[in-house]
Design a protein around this ligand. Structure first.
Ligand code: PEP
Length: 247
């Protein structure tokens, strides 16, 4: 499986940023080894798909609604995301869970809708600092995973991101042992649910203050299949530096 390096631009970016894919490719071009995904704000999806044509860079959304269409002011459906030419949708990011009420149940419904639209959901799970300190990271992460993946999922067209909430945007990173333990646990949960053959094909990304200086060690860990990157994914030189050290 290729290493997936995914940049989450959050609520950053304007149309000048459509020049970034070309800048990225001038710095990193090994697309046999590493798959690149950029997740811009929704208003830029279509323009970014166009800007990435010929660069072998995929585009993803950061959220979607679970319904196809309707009176949901301000929302975008998975079908609408698919219509832009995007390929992935980030779901259940901790910022959405904390600020926009995305529960496991809602994330599961959005995951189902995303797969039905032919897109790949990136389902995010991860513990708070209090949960980590209480020694319950595996238990809580496992429950989030179980409840955020819908009944109708079969393990195909699915990416998981392990993102400890306390590591996002803080500069703090779990120890390599803790990251390896969580990824092993997540892989085990997926194997119980879908069988080891399927579980072994699911990319499990690490996210949380991933940057050029720590990416080599983290991305080399068994069961870490790539990274979901916030801050360091906004600048193409740091994103390229991370991709360069990916296995
Ligand atoms: C994120 O928002 O998914 C993230 C991992 O952010 P950062 O890399 O800035 O910690």
């Amino acid at each position: 499986m290729k290493t997936l390096i995914a940049a989450n631009w959050k609520m950053h970016g304007d149309f000048v940023w459509t020049e970034k894919p070309a800048a990225f490719r001038s710095m990193f071009s090994d697309n046999d080894r590493v798959e690149i995904l950029i997740c811009p704000p929704a208003h830029m999806l279509q323009a970014m798909v166009g800007a990435c044509a010929g660069f072998d860079i995929s585009i993803g959304a950061q959220n979607c609604h679970d319904q196809i269409s309707g009176a949901f002011t301000g929302e975008i459906s998975a079908q609408m995301v698919a219509g832009t030419g995007a390929s992935h949708v980030i779901l259940g990011h901790s910022e959405r869970r904390a600020m926009f009420g995305d529960t496991d149940e809602i994330v599961a419904a959005k995951t189902s809708a995303t797969r039905a639209a032919g897109l790949v959901p990136i389902v995010c799970v991860g513990e708070s600092r209090a949960v980590r300190e209480a020694g319950q990271a595996e238990e809580v992460g496992g429950a989030q995973l179980a409840n955020s993946i819908p009944e109708d999922a079969d393990g195909t067209n699915l990416v998981i991101a392990y993102e400890p909430v306390w590591a996002i945007g803080t500069g703090l990173v779990p120890t390599l042992v803790d990251i390896a333990t969580m990824h092993d646990h997540i892989r085990g949960c997926l194997a119980k649910r879908f069988g080891a053959h399927i579980a072994d094909t699911i990319q499990i990304l690490y996210g949380g203050s991933l940057k050029p200086s720590n990416a080599k060690d983290i991305l080399a860990l068994k069961d870490v299949s790539g990274g979901l990157i916030g801050g360091a994914g906004l600048e193409m030189d740091s994103l390229a530096a991370i991709a360069a050290v990916a296995p």
